[in-house]
Design a protein around this ligand. Structure first.
Ligand SMILES: [Zn+2]
Length: 93
């Protein structure tokens, strides 16, 4: 082990696992309507990472377009919400 910070997680049934290298960015509770619906709750706990530091280590999530700018990954076996990502690449200045 090289001591570099990493985080791992996955769905409830274990079919999909992921790893994130490095620090998590902007941990927060999102109360937007789409996160409320995706989590079946009043909020969803989120933290950000860059695409190149996010790795699926087992299985593959299914994707649902919850709104024009956002796709959400989930386990097709157990339904656990796993990730969200922009459908449209962010604009660069
Ligand atoms: Zn699962």
């Amino acid at each position: 082990m090289n001591g570099a910070e990493s985080h791992s997680g996955g769905c409830q049934c274990g079919a999909v696992r992921y790893r994130i290298a490095g620090k998590l960015g902007y941990p927060h509770l999102c109360h937007c309507r789409m996160c409320q619906k995706a989590g079946g709750n009043f909020f969803m706990a989120l933290a950000g990472t860059r695409e190149e530091t996010f790795e699926i280590t087992r299985g593959a999530p299914r994707w649902f377009s919850s709104s024009d700018p956002c796709r959400r990954g989930f386990c097709e076996r157990c339904g656990t919400p796993l990730s969200s990502r922009p459908s449209i690449p962010p604009m660069s200045a």
